[in-house]
Design a protein around this ligand. Sequence first.
Ligand code: 5GP
Length: 210
Amino acid sequence: MNKNGILVVVSGFSGAGKGTLVRKLMEKYDNYALSISMTTRDKREGEENGVHYFFVDHKTFEQNIINDGLLEYASYCGNYYGTPKEYVQKMIADGKDVILEIEVQGALQIKKKFPNTLLLFVTPPNGEELLNRLKTRGTETQEEIMRRVSRAKEEADWITKYDYLVINDNIDECVENLNNMIISAHNTPSRQQDLINKLKYELDSISKGE
Ligand code: 5GP
């Protein structure tokens, strides 16, 4: 295993159930840390500042951009969303796998900056199910729901940039699949460069009879 953790981006259509999925993953396994994003959108009922998001005004958000305090940021349905840098860097250095639950523009910025990032995209089994989930959670107006559906249509064009699709049909199976994908990702050669270098060094010493 790497000493450092890896960055794991979990994206998906609004209403795909990625929030529940990530929460259950965190409850079941303790090697993950969840990044808390900063946003300018209004707090929904039941959401807490510093737990679900850091809710800030536009001026504060833009100050964070200027101060280089964000790993990435994007505009989504009229609001800013971004990943505070400091927490993520600390958790990675502590050996945690850090989950970023972010949309596609942010995901691609992260992949460009950190090519070893694992990109996962969560979808419901079909479009009808997506609409049902958005309606039953009851947190958005009809207009906002339609905005999110049309955004989902745009996001679908970017799915092939991701490493794996996570089809969220049965939530418990989905949590297991997600955990297994992350474990497997640790063992790809590009994420095991230290181990490969150590092996090469040892083989070199042995072949020289040292
Ligand atoms: P919501 O308003 O439903 O909480 O989130 C809207 C979208 O913003 C979701 O797709 C969510 O994953 C994404 N999002 C949340 N935090 C961040 C972030 O820090 N950066 C980016 N790029 N997207 C985010």
